[in-house]
Design a protein around this ligand. Sequence first.
Ligand code: HEM
Length: 196
Amino acid sequence: MTSIKTQKLPTQAIGAKIFHSCNIISLFIMLTSGLQIYNANPVFGGRAGLHIPAIFTLGGWLAGGRHWHFAGMWLFSLNLLWYGIYILITQRWRYRFVGVNDIKALQKSQNSKRLIYAWHRIAYTAIIPILLLALFTGIGMYKPAQFPWIVDIFGSWQALRIVHFASVPIVTAFAIIHSLLGRKAGGTELTESMFW
Ligand code: HEM
């Protein structure tokens, strides 16, 4: 007699899939249009400074980049907002983010899968304040007359720009680490389950 082994495929809540897909689209728009804006007057070195190759930019020129950035800003921030409400209502925040057990596992566990889960939870817990910081500094740059105190918190306009710009390398590094750890934890099945 032959026994058929059935493996349970990972599944995700539809809310998580929608958030994840909108996040990827909005972050792609924010990164590429942000780099287009940056190129008009680079934070590092001014007009003669370090420019980003056109292939990584969106919008074609400064005004085009700004249009994309300000349109993407709504998708980015409303998506974050509704997901925040969703994880509060469904109580998902209790087990989705890094906890004491993950820290203990990092200190004691020899189980490589458990370690990957712990690192992964740290990564996607850490990205939340980074995204909120991008939003906060972005609002300060968008409406400096209405929110001058945001500029004041960072000390100067240049410092605010640098902190806002820092979201580019951090979000890029996060995307790479997050997809690699996701692959290690659950293979392509887990990655695919986040989309369809
Ligand atoms: C993770 C998401 C984001 C990334 C990666 C990003 C990236 C960038 C970059 C690279 C620049 C150019 C900085 C410079 O050279 O001064 C920029 C500018 C800007 N960003 Fe963002 N950004 C993000 C989210 C946001 C959000 C959510 C807002 C609004 C709430 C926002 C508003 C702005 C504004 C107002 C500017 C300046 C535009 C100008 O000077 O014309 N950004 N962004």
